[in-house]
Each structure stands twice: as C-alpha cells, then as structure tokens.
Design a protein around this ligand. Sequence first.
Ligand code: CS2
Length: 503
Amino acid sequence: MSTVPTRAARLTAATAPAGALAHHRALSPADTGIVHLGLGNFHRAHQAVYTAAALAREDGAWGVLGVAGRSTDVADALRAQDLRYTVAEVSPDGVRCTIPAVHTGVLVAAHEPEQVQRALAAPGTRVVSLTVTEHGYTYSPRTGGLDLDHPGIRADLRGGRTAPRTTLGRIVRALQGRAATHGAPVTVLSCDNLVGNGDHTRRLVEEFIDHLPAAERAEVAAWLAAGNVAFPNTMVDRIVPATTDAERAAVAEALGLHDKVPVPAEPFTMWVLEDCFAASRPAWEAGGALFTDDVEPYELLKVRLLNGTHSLIAHLGALAGCDTIPQSTALPFVAEAARAVLLDEYLPSLTVPDDVDLDAYVAQLFTRWANSALGHRTRQVGSDGSVKLRQRVPDPALLHLRAGRMPHHLALTVAAYLSCMAPAPGFDPGEHAAAMADPARERLRALRSRTHDARSFATAVLDDGLLGDALPDHPAFAARIGDFLDLLRTHGPRAAATEAARS
Ligand code: CS2
C-alpha cells in the first residue's frame, strides 16, 4: 500500500489550493446556519458537498457546525486543518479531489454538551441535520416507537441540570429552548437510511415530548403544533467507505498536501428532499438535489434495492471470505443472489418513481458495487445489521408472506446476517464477519445459546422483535431462515445461495 509522503505540508486554510475549493468564501462562525449531528464520512461527502455547491451558486449564512458524538479524532484533525478536508472521489478512472470548506466549527457532544445545546437553540440555526445512523434514533425495533427502556432516553427525560446525551434528548431540549426564548422556526433534517426518516423523527420527537413532565411539555408541544418545526423526508445516496491510508496518499499525490481526514466517495451521488422547510434552506439544487412533494417512492427504491441488497452482498460475501463489496459481487453466486433478491423480492414491494429508468438504475447499482477502486468493506456494510435489516427486510417479506409466497432470498439475508453475528458452536464465520460491530450481537448470542437448533434460534430471534412485531405471525419464515442457517453452516454460502435460487 502506498504511504503518505512525510514532507507534504498540512492542508489548512492557507495551503488549500484554490483550484480544489468547491466555493470561494471563507466562512466564519457567524455564518453558521446548519448544525449537523454526526460528523462521519457520509455527512462530509454528501450534505457538505451539496452545501458547498449551494454556496458557490448563491452566498448565504449556510455554514455548518459539525457535531461528533463521542470520538475526538475527526474533530481534532479538522481543527488542526482549519476545518478543511478533501473529498476524494474514487472511480476506476482515478481520483478527483475537492475541498468543500463549509464547516464553521466542530464540537464533540460527549465533551462539549452545553455548547452543542447552545448551537442547536441559536436563532441563526435554521436547519438541524442528522446522520446519526439507524442506531442513533433510540427507537425500539419491535414497535418502531421511542425506546423508553433506553438508559439514555430515561436520563434525558428526567432532564435536570445535566445536558442531554441522546440525539432525541438534544433535539427536544433545543426545541424547548427555542420555544421559550426567540421562537425562531427550525427544520430537523434526517439524512439517515430510515424509511420515512422525517416522519419517523417527528414521531419520536413528539413521543419524547409526550413523556416529559407536564410542566415542561405544554409550551414546546404547542410551539411544535403551531408548525414551527419541519421534518422533511429525505433520500440520501452515496457510497462512502471509511478512510484509509490509500486516500491520504492519493490526496498527497494530487494536492501535494497532507490531509489526515480525507473522505473517499464514489462519483455517484443523489439527494431527494421534501421541500417543506420551516425557515429558509440552502440552494442545494445547485449540487443536483431534487426537491419533490413525495420522497417516499425514492426512499423505498433506495432503502430496498440498494441497501437491502447491499446487506445480502455484505453478509454472504463475508461468509465467503470477501473483504470488500466488489470482491463479493465478483462471485457469480453472490451476484445472482443479489439480482434475485433485488428483482424478485424487493422490487415488487415498491413503485418506481416516474423519472427513474429502472433498468438503468439496476445496472448502475451493480456497476457501483463493482467499484473495486473504492474498496468498500463487507464489515462496514455488515455492521449494525440489526437496525439496518429492521428498515430493509420486514415490509417486503410481509408483503410476500401475506400473498402466500416465501421470500427465500430475504430469509437467506437474515440467515447470513445471523451466521455472521451468532454462529452455531463450532462454526467459524471468518474474520470479516467477526469484525462486524452490532449492538445486538450479545443478545443474539444469548438467544443462540438458549436454543437447541437453527429453526428454534430463528424463531426466538423473530419473537424477540428484531424485525418488528409482525413476522412472528409467519412461522414458515423463521423455519426457512433456520434451514438456511443450517445450510450456511454445513455447506457454506454458495450452497445456500444455490438452494435459494432453486426454491
Ligand atoms: C450501506 C449504506 O452500510 C450500509 O448499510 O448499505 O451505507 C450505503 O452504502 C449507502 O446508503 C449508499 O447511499
């Protein structure tokens, strides 16, 4: 692997080459219009890039204050670089580097909670955007509602003088502050892969408010009901892997600068939003964002065809020893299983938007997954599978089951996931599966050790509510997952995929 030349100067405001800058105004903290919770790679290669395009088209106070959750690594590196970083667009044709330069500050919520609250409540903040992952919404997978057993939610509902520590707590506390002081309207913009992400966030916020003590509840509830907060639904799309030394070296070569925190991304990018902002918004259409009255068809298209299929590719590929998504889709049996789950099981569960050419969209998905220059890892897509599958699998599976059809490839998706997370005794799913992080891993292992065979394990998992509360009504689905668990263990992923294709 290439290494970063140590002689290169550091990327800063002074060294950033004008030719790589996405827009040309130096922003100051007074230009903050957006507070973004979740300073990960996705935000930095997606919303930040659209915001830079908006600023290039029309000037405005749309700088972004980026808030990391816990880790100080990215925030520290960005501060040392005057908040500049590179987006390294990676395709088989090479690397294209741009510097969005839209951040006006960074904070780390775990260490600077009061400053985060002040920023969220500030009148100049017109948009609070979120990329906190499916996991960050603290909702119960069984009911889809707020997880009232979550210790962070319980603490945040009790309130008191300590600053909130969950995303929902932070938002609601800030809304209370806004309602009680200046009353300036604000848009809460979820940019996570949740079906109906805006509606979902609104429901969770309302539920949180409902559980506040009566004295705290009335004012903010009335302010919300008066339409001062908007929650547009959005569909976000761009494959953005974790940063490696390869991108640091590519940036050093392209710009002659040392960037500690560049972000690799595929060339493709898409953003569809409902245009119902409470205050104003940046001209994100300048970056190609599409504003529409109805995001749901785009959202379902993406969450199911891309993300749902991605999960199968990641888990099946990891079990086959693949480190990356392109290695995985290069295996014919994985590509066939991906095509089958996408076309036969996900596609019938949605309506393709009029302006989307389905054949081209599907062909493009396979090209995107095959981008070997990007090296998107199976362990990254496979991580947090519990919360991801909850968004991707249950509704399409229920559609088929209720119509009397068995969705074999959806059952295979769940079985491949469970084989990675809680393998049967004596079965080694390999290093890529072992490296997948998931909050449900321990719980799944406990269920595995309490059950005596694969079918009863699968039944226990569904009964536990991992995939919502309706799938337990379909015991045949659990049985099918159990069969695939056995096949994966005894004959491996190729045999399991062949069986799914034959069924
Ligand atoms: C992936 C997504 O990790 C995952 O679950 O499916 O991160 C995917 O790469 C993005 O949603 C693409 O827009």
